[in-house]
Design a protein around this ligand. Sequence first.
Ligand SMILES: [Zn+2]
Ligand SMILES: [Zn+2]
Length: 135
Amino acid sequence: MGNLANCRRCGKLFVNVGKNICPTCVQDIEEEYTRCAEYLRENKLVNIYDLSDETEVPVKQISQFIREGRISIAGNPNLAYPCEACGTLIREGRLCNKCSERLNKGIKQVLEEKIAEEDVQKGGYYQLGNKKDKK
Ligand SMILES: [Zn+2]
Ligand SMILES: [Zn+2]
């Protein structure tokens, strides 16, 4: 089973068996993983940018290995990856505290606006009338 799809990584058309990435790229990623894992074994104090330079594996890909738990950062104290929104180095999740807080607030705000809108619809003619005579 599988549908034709464009590879998420290289854009080539391939038969998607559920990974969204073509077999060539899967193999490439495995090689990149091996390079990172081997380099890390010898260089426990490296940070993600040096690791990327040394292995020629994109920071984004390394971040993914870390998030997937394939590369453990527990034994590599300097290894952290950039927040997806602002680039601050973090060691868990996708966003730094600041950005996830902002995101949470954003969601809350949208919800509150929605609730306010519903209030108006429910019987807010009076409210709307009030709004008009602001000075
Ligand atoms: Zn591909
Ligand atoms: Zn951030």
